[in-house]
Design a protein around this ligand. Sequence first.
Ligand code: HEC
Ligand code: HEC
Length: 232
Amino acid sequence: MMPPPILVSAACVFILLLSGCNDAPGYPKTSAEVLRPQDQLSFDILYRQNCSACHGADGQNGAAIDLGNPEYQALVDDRSLRKWISGGMPGTQMPAFAISMGGTLTDSQIDAIVLGMRNTWSQRAVLGGRNAPPYAQDQKGDALRGKEQYNTDCASCHRASKQQVTSPDYLALVSDQALRSIIIAGRPDIGHPDWRGDKPGSPLSAQDVTDIVAYLGSSRSATPGQPYRRDR
Ligand code: HEC
Ligand code: HEC
């Protein structure tokens, strides 16, 4: 005799539940992911869950700077990395992750991310023995000189019809340090050259970089997206 249809469908649902659960979106896949969130110290998992949406899978092709660029890893020091990840990067969308700053990551997790980036993305001798301009700005910039430098070194690629690096609205979303990092380390993932430029033989000096950042900074909009300045 055939079982009543209600029993058949109940059995189907039961089998589906048994077999389907592990593939459900968001369901932990490996035992490493079943840890309490604050005990998670795997770089791959921490990076995927907290960073990849903006900085891209494998640290490339995200909206924000490509942390996987070995030149960036060679340029930046551990202290700065910890500072930005803990406290966020003022003037950009980079959030603060330290619990003490209202985020969700413990200090050990932030250390694990810094170490993981170094182990995964650093390449020895990536700068080929050339001295890159320093990560941190140590001189005052000259915006007028920076504008000339920009016209010589950048405008050929950054024409108004393409990415508007000089647009006040774009500049309102990036800090001076973020610009500096991108200008020095380049963004190989999206085709922007490093400080050595696209032509051999004329690398940007530290002063050039500082002046270009001063010029770009001077074009930043205080009221992005609004045509008129609202004076308070
Ligand atoms: C909501 C988007 C977002 C998330 C999530 C995010 N970032 Fe960022 N981050 C940014 C932006 C935007 C910048 C500024 C640079 C830029 O505009 O490309 C930035 C800057 C940084 C910088 C400084 C770059 C420099 O110039 O030296 C570091 C380091 C960094 N992020 C690491 C991380 C790490 C590690 C995580 C995960 C724990 C993370 N970020 C998550 C958006 C994000
Ligand atoms: C060989 C061509 C080329 C040169 C020269 C060049 N860039 Fe770029 N740059 C690009 C490309 C391509 C991109 C990525 C696509 C885009 O954003 O237009 C880019 C992206 C950028 C970005 C990141 C924009 C973003 O979306 O976050 C900045 C900042 C930037 N360039 C600044 C400069 C500055 C400053 C100079 C001069 C020192 C310069 N570039 C020289 C090709 C170039």
